[in-house]
Ligand binder design. Structure first.
Ligand SMILES: Nc1ncnc2c1ncn2[C@@H]1O[C@H](COP(=O)(O)OP(=O)(O)OP(=O)(O)O)[C@@H](O)[C@H]1O
Ligand SMILES: [Mg+2]
Length: 495
């Protein structure tokens, strides 16, 4: 940006000596000077040479309160002019002048050095103000020009995606035909209107604002799976980016909208089919497990060691399939936003105790000891019974799965302030620090030599997180590789 080196100074004073001193010092500095002896004269110069006043040195001794009138007039009409006042003492009148918009005060018996320090500072302020003004104008200019280019518009109209550009105040400056069909926009009605009043979506407005602020979180969001918004009765995948000028400053934002309404319907069909299949598999798998168990336990006749060994493997695999089917069903439920099916008043200690009893056999098989510390008389918790069971089962089954033979697991449930706190500490293989953030993602499993032989779908903790969130709770994990892992779930019991 080019900044004029010469600063135009208007000196307004009725004291000739002061006026002369100012003139001399300013001319020495290479600035251009105009002088006025009264308010009227000063206003006249500003009116006739509007581009020639950057800085005003104003004596506060003008008759009839003229100095204050001048400051107030300029504050209304020419805010970019920086005003430095000159006063005997720079006391109350100077303070009042600063309140009205003057930048600083110089005492009338100033030394040249003092004078120049103050003037230089005022010039810096003027330059900043001017840069700000230029930036503002550049922003507006850059984004109003595009709408006049017909060829450019023709190209945009050939896009199958909706395309909307806003200026830095999130007012719409450009859109293509697809966007106009998607959101019912017309040039006459919607140009210049805030995007939030034309396209109803809170998320979208926040994306535009983040783009204009050049907020890094938006870039991260857009580089992943792009967010989906619902607007105008459609499901749209949206990508928003800042529009930058040559200097790299964001001057607006541009959004592309890809209509995925139909794809989403297909996705739903696929997911429903998966749910249906999972559901249909659940009953036969459970009965298969029961029958294998009966044979394995010798209730259907004597078995050789080899036969028992093979059946134990078949039993394990069937259990794995049942867990997977349950996970898929739970996961669907959470994806559909139904992680809470029915809220009722629950006795969490009872649910936990029963869950632990169900899981003791698998711990015993692995020679892992479970110790419990379950407080009695906990306040009832308003939540979803199936959800609570899923939290307990998943965290405890992980502790059993990822703790080698001979290890132990401490399970506790107690009240901590306004929360019910469920804590599971195991002495297992632990979780590497780099994976701690990721274990709650769906299908995320840690791949190490130790976990290779342990089966699972990687859905368990994502299900737990979904249920905990739906109950306004929190989940926390600490772990040391080779030492063990602690999961803490806190659930608010309310008032
Ligand atoms: N207590 C634990 N100790 C060590 N690693 C654990 C523990 N709990 C979870 N993990 C790690 O986090 C990953 C994700 O756990 P999650 O429960 O989501 O999936 P999973 O146990 O692999 O499969 P499933 O869906 O059958 O639960 C696991 O694969 C495991 O690597
Ligand atoms: Mg698990």
């Amino acid at each position: 940006m080019l900044i004029k080196p010469t600063i135009h100074v208007l000196v307004v004073a009725n004291d000739i000596a002061v006026m002369q001193k100012c003139r001399e010092l300013l001319l020495n500095e290479g600035h251009s000077i105009r002088t006025a002896e009264s308010t009227e004269e000063a206003l006249d110069i500003i009116r006739r040479h509007p581009a020639d006043v950057d800085l005003m040195l104003l004596s506060l001794g003008l008759p009839n309160d003229g100095s204050m009138i001048l400051i107030e007039t300029l504050q209304k009409a020419r805010r970019e002019i920086v005003i430095l006042t000159i006063s005997e003492q720079c006391e109350s009148e100077a303070v009042e002048a600063m309140r009205s918009g003057a930048y600083d005060c110089i005492q009338a018996d100033f030394s040249p050095d003092w004078f120049l320090v103050k003037v230089h500072r005022a010039i810096e302020v003027f330059r900043l103000k001017r840069q700000l003004g230029v930036l503002r104008r550049e922003r507006q200019a850059a984004l109003t020009e595009v709408k006049h280019d017909e060829n450019f518009l023709a190209i945009l109209n050939s896009l199958t995606d909706g395309f909307v550009v806003t200026d830095w105040q999130t007012n719409i400056v450009l859109f293509n035909e697809k966007a106009s069909r998607l959101f019912d926009l017309t040039k006459e009605k919607d140009h210049g209107r805030p995007v939030s009043s034309c396209i109803k979506s809170d998320d979208l407005l926040s994306f535009f604002m983040r783009a204009i602020r050049a907020d890094d979180s938006l870039a991260t969001l857009m580089s992943g799976e792009e967010p989906i918004i619902k607007a105008g009765g459609k499901t749209l995948r949206v990508h928003v980016d800042p529009v930058r000028n040559e200097a790299g400053t964001p001057i607006g934002a541009v959004a592309l909208f890809h209509d995925v309404t139909k794809v989403t319907a297909m996705d739903k069909l696929r997911a429903d089919f998966l749910s249906m299949v999972s559901h249909e598999l659940k009953a036969p798998l459970s009965s298969l497990l029961m029958q294998i168990s009966v044979v394995h336990d010798g209730l259907a006749g004597e078995l050789t060691d080899k036969q028992r060994e093979l059946l134990a493997k078949a039993k394990d695999k069937t259990k794995g399939m049942i867990t997977l089917v349950n996970d898929l069903l739970d996961y669907r439920r959470i994806e559909e936003g139904k992680s809470i099916q029915r809220i009722e008043s629950l006795d969490c200690s009872k649910i936990l105790q029963r869950t632990i009893e169900l899981m003791r056999p698998s711990a015993r098989d692995k020679e892992v000891v479970i110790n419990t510390q379950i407080a009695s008389g906990l306040p009832p918790f308003s939540g979803d019974r199936g959800g609570m069971e899923a939290i307990f089962v998943n965290i405890i089954s992980n502790a059993i799965k990822y703790t080698p033979k001979g290890g132990n697991i401490e399970i506790s449930l107690n009240q901590a302030g306004r929360d019910i706190r469920f804590k599971v500490v195991d002495s297992g293989i632990g979780i590497p620090p780099g994976d701690l953030d990721r274990i709650f993602e769906k299908f995320y499993r840690i791949k190490t030599e130790q976990t290779r032989r342990i089966s699972g779908s990687g859905l368990g903790l994502s299900i737990v997180k979904g249920i905990v969130d739906a109950h306004n709770g929190s989940i926390h994990v600490e772990s040391k590789v080779g030492k063990g892992t602690t999961f803490i779930v806190s659930l608010p019991v309310g008032e």
